[in-house]
Design a protein around this ligand. Structure first.
Ligand code: FUL
Length: 492
């Protein structure tokens, strides 16, 4: 190669190299979710089933002395539970394998206090097995709740009980196929039967269960699991949101600090300063109670109430864990079943027609001016690694959708590609109505002007407008903002 040719080649190469540098994918903004957490967040909604001896004693918390002979469903039908949950749009089911009373819905080898000593199927039954099988057949994932507190066990409060608890955990996590989540409830009321002692026992939540040893065992037995924990010890993979009323904060970070107490505001909102990825899970029952009570037959939540919960959980960067109690017969009540199907249908219909699909998208900044990160990436169904991105130095940017014709809408759905972290701190939305930009305020928020976080999914609800354009302004972000979805809907 002559020196002239070499120089020309270098000159041609250098700008290209510089461009490649600038087009590099945005760096993750830490912390980021694990693969397991991403899979869980993608499930969006899953069900809880509360079923135990409480179902037969009309209680919420059994004392631990209720006889197993009471457990005698005439018509137990796990397939019906799975169908009901599926019709509600749930992608999996978490079963109370053992609630605080200590009664086990599976024939544990380590206790007599289980279905083995109940008249149901002459003691040969296993509810955990039946539901795990039913879920598989209905294409749902399966998971378990194992109460750390046990009001039946004589050794509760002593080290021996922790060994017992781990053995039960091993049974549940190694015998029933893939388990997507384990729920370690933090409730610990103190008093109980405890093998006849009938006394109050208190434990140190942080040290008693030796969670730092138990969590690795859980992950060893079920590598794809996520751990929900409110039981003391290290942070789990998911957090309680501080209420069971069916909502999380409008500002909701999937981030928590690894140290310190979890106050209610921290549970509701997470923290942008958090060093761990711990998304919120909204747990709520379709009835006032978690277990079935005839007196609540007329208090099943309406579709309107369930939609409100959907917007305040899934629509605020959280998952929704919706509980269905099972009746003494062993089936879900027809009212709950009808409501479940109607709710599932309402969600599907609300988000069927994305009015943004035919729109044209432009942005104030596109990363390195590259097609790879263009504004139009937010349109249509999200695809892996497809998002709008700005240059690294940008923290404030606008993205405008122009509709082909004036369009009526009242919902906006936004998503960040969370594998790269949760980045947006504050944003606003406006619509061009009759040639004038008007602010879109979130009707379901107590602070309608403060649009803060987006995360896995944020849905804004506002009175219907007819507009030619809609504009998103990212006002503040933890790193250059990214957006993988901008959808627009009109819910009647
Ligand atoms: C609480 C428990 O005490 C309730 O009985 C129920 O299981 C709920 C999901 O969690 O902490």
């Amino acid at each position: 190669m002559t020196p002239i040719v070499a120089t020309l080649c270098l000159a041609a190469l250098f700008p290209l190299q510089a461009r490649c540098e600038r087009e590099k994918a945005p760096a993750p903004c830490l912390p980021v979710p694990s693969e397991q957490q991403i899979r869980l967040q993608d499930m969006e909604m899953y069900a809880f089933i509360h079923y135990s001896l409480n179902t037969y004693t009309d209680q919420e918390w059994g004392y631990g002395d209720e006889p197993p002979s009471l457990f005698n469903p005439s018509d137990l039908d796990c397939r019906q539970w799975a169908r009901v949950c599926k019709s509600a749009g749930m992608r999996g089911i978490i079963l109370t394998a053992k609630h605080h009373c200590g009664f086990c819905l599976w024939p544990s080898a380590y206790t007599d206090y289980s279905v083995r000593n109940s008249p149901w199927k002459d003691g040969q039954g296993d509810v955990v097995r039946e539901l795990a099988d039913a879920c598989r057949r209905e294409g749902l994932k399966f998971a378990v709740y194992l109460s750390p507190w046990d009001r039946h066990h004589a050794q509760y409060g002593r080290p021996e009980y922790v060994t017992y608890f781990r053995r039960q955990l091993q049974e549940l996590l190694t015998r029933y196929g893939p388990i997507f989540e384990i729920w370690f409830d933090g409730a610990n009321g103190g008093d109980g039967w405890y093998g006849g002692a009938c006394e109050t026992r208190s434990i140190d939540r942080r040290s008693y269960y030796r969670w730092e040893e138990t969590f690795p065992l859980v992950r060893q037995w079920q590598p794809d699991i996520v751990i929900w924990s409110d039981a003391g010890g290290p942070r789990g993979d998911l957090r309680w949101v501080g209420t069971e009323a069916g909502f999380v904060g409008t500002e909701n970070w999937s981030l928590l600090p690894s140290e310190g107490n979890l106050s209610r505001p921290l549970l509701q909102h997470g923290s942008p300063e958090g060093n761990l990825w711990v998304p919120g899970e909204v747990d709520v029952s379709i009835r006032p109670g978690w277990f079935y009570h005839v007196r609540e037959d007329a208090q099943v939540k309406s579709v309107g109430q369930l939609m409100d919960i959907y917007y305040k959980s899934v629509g605020r960067n959280s998952t929704l864990l919706l509980n269905f109690p099972v009746m003494p017969s062993g089936r879900i009540h027809p009212t709950d079943s009808l409501r479940a199907a109607a709710f599932g249908k309402a969600v599907r219909e609300a988000f069927r027609h994305d009015l943004a699909r035919g729109a044209h998208a432009t942005a104030s900044n596109v990363r390195a001016g590259s097609r790879q990160y263009q504004a139009g990436n937010v349109l249509g169904p999200p695809r892996p690694n497809r998002y709008w991105a700005t240059d690294d130095s940008v923290r404030r940017a606008t993205l405008v959708l122009r509709f082909a014709r004036p369009t009526e809408f009242n919902r906006i759905l936004l998503e960040e590609p969370i594998a790269l972290g949760q980045r947006i701190r504050s944003f606003s939305l406006e619509a061009l109505v009759g040639g004038r930009w008007v602010a879109l305020r979130d009707q379901l928020s107590s602070e309608p002007d403060a649009l803060t976080t987006v995360g896995r999914r944020r849905i804004l609800c506002f009175p219907t407008v007819t507009a030619t354009h809609v504009r998103l302004t990212v006002r503040e972000a933890r790193a250059c903002p990214l957006l993988s979805r901008f959808s627009v809907y009109c819910v009647r």
